[in-house]
Write a protein that binds this ligand. Structure first.
Ligand SMILES: Nc1ncnc2c1ncn2[C@@H]1O[C@H](COP(=O)(O)OP(=O)(O)O)[C@@H](O)[C@H]1O
Ligand SMILES: O=C(O)[C@@H](O)C(=O)COP(=O)(O)O
Length: 425
């Protein structure tokens, strides 16, 4: 890639979020490469955007800032014209961050006096009205996200949530302004900036709102957003939406699903897979904590089932079971141990011939992709809104190639775990 060629440099705070963003950029007409972690070398080949996937959503804020700045430096060295900090469409964060601290650190590094933040993704039911985030018909704090294992979201007022994470003043661009079009949005941004506001939550109820916002932010060095805003950025470079997802190599190998997501949508997908009579192995967090080789057991269980079709290994559990585990072992420790076990399962499955792997949950996906040593991925066809198939040739997949789908916790229909593989045939 020659310096100056990169139209958009993206930093995603988790791995499912990265493929979600890459998917929307591809569908809106950009050639996109996803790098898992900050690459050690310049990328080869010409693309319009690179998404650097980090696992920085729930780590200490100072570490998230340091990793994001390292990603920024790399993207700047590739000539990135605009920077996109991809956050979760449910604004997953704690009062300590990391959305505020990372946004502000990127603003400082870019000399950016003003930016917007919007998680809106109407195609997936995420809308922002007067700064309040809705998930479908429910306010964020009544959507199930109040029970998230790592980032419980108990306030739907995003101006308030972000202000708690930021020294800079946080303001609002409300939907009536957004509906009036790009010039009205630019006027509002200038007005807020003159009032001393540094970051504005932007309302959006529809894709048309996102397209208007996309045009209005063309001149901003940085935007902070879910993947929705991405549909409005390629047009700023004369690129048009394309229904043609990049073609991937033919699928090969066995099929498996690894799920550490405890989101409501994933709970339904696990139940649906089991109810359909498909093979499923429940990983017991208490036995993992006791030091038992649960990953080894799961792999031994999977071996005879794999030739018959997709198998599922999961720790997915309802909120009360998650709370019981967390109160015994601590939130972070419980999460890390389970992620470690599921990552070992993912690696073992690929070593045993799995070539088509679905991973559910952003933190879980980060742990699995890191354990697989997958450094780069090409983005292929969409399975469900926000979830594409990807293809990797690196790490554990360097000889055979690996199709990977990283499913965000709350994305996908109930039959996602079986239907995903049908799309690869
Ligand atoms: N049964 C469980 N009890 C406690 N924590 C769990 C359990 N299953 C998974 N976890 C942890 O909860 C977190 C889920 O986060 P993530 O993978 O991002 O999915 P999601 O955001 O969809 O819930 C991970 O850290 C995972 O290890
Ligand atoms: O924006 C989104 O909702 C997703 O891209 C995402 O980041 C979801 O994260 P997980 O729920 O942790 O998978």
């Amino acid at each position: 890639m020659s310096a100056g060629a990169l139209k958009l440099g993206c930093i995603a705070d988790d791995f499912t979020g990265a493929t979600d963003l890459a998917n929307n950029l591809v569908r809106a007409g950009m050639r996109v490469l996803q790098a898992n972690g900050v690459p050690a070398q310049p990328l080869e080949g010409e693309v319009d955007a690179v998404v650097v996937a980090l696992k920085s959503r729930t780590i200490p804020a100072a570490d998230a800032v340091a990793q994001s700045l390292a990603a920024l430096r790399w993207l700047q060295a590739q000539g990135a014209g605009q920077v996109y900090f991809k956050i979760c469409s449910t604004f997953d964060s704690t009062p300590a961050g990391n959305i505020g601290p990372v946004t502000e650190a990127l603003m400082d590094a870019l000399g950016c006096g003003f930016t917007i933040a919007t998680p809106a993704f109407p195609d997936n039911g995420r809308t922002v009205v007067k700064g309040h985030l809705f998930v479908g018909d429910a306010l964020l704090n009544e959507s199930g996200m109040q029970n998230h294992p790592l980032t419980p979201m108990t306030d739907a007022n995003l101006v308030r949530v972000l202000q708690a994470q930021c020294p800079r003043r946080v303001g609002l661009i409300d939907h009536r302004v957004v509906a009036r079009g790009p010039q009205a949005i630019r006027d509002r941004m200038a007005e807020l900036r003159a009032q001393g506001v540094g970051i504005a939550i932007a309302d959006a109820l529809s894709n048309d709102d996102l397209l208007r916002l996309g045009a209005a932010v063309a001149g901003l060095p940085l935007v902070t957003a879910g993947s929705g805003l991405a549909i409005g950025l390629p047009a700023n470079h004369g690129l048009a939406p394309s229904g043609q997802a990049s073609a991937l190599p033919p699928a090969q190998g066995l099929q498996a699903v690894v799920s550490g997501s405890c989101s409501l949508a994933t709970q339904r997908q696990v139940a649906h897979f089991i109810a359909a009579g498909r093979p499923a192995f429940a990983v017991d967090p208490l036995r993992i904590a006791a030091g038992e080789d649960v990953a080894g057991e799961a792999l031994a269980w999977a071996a005879p089932c794999l030739p018959q079709g997709p198998v599922l290994v999961y720790s997915t559990a309802a909120a009360e079971q998650v709370r019981a585990v967390q109160s015994r072992f601590g939130t972070a420790q419980a999460g890390e141990r389970i992620e470690g076990a599921l990552a070992a399962v993912a690696r073992g499955l690929v070593e045993r011939g799995v070539g088509q792997l679905v991973v559910a949950g952003g933190e879980t996906s980060g742990a699995c992709v890191q354990a697989l040593g997958v450094a780069q991925m090409r983005i292929g066809p969409q399975i469900d809104t926000g979830v594409p198939w990807c293809h990797a040739w690196t790490g554990a997949a360097r000889d055979t190639g690996l199709h990977l789908a990283l499913k965000s916790g709350n994305f996908g229909g109930e039959d996602f775990f079986s239907r995903a593989f049908q799309g690869l045939r």
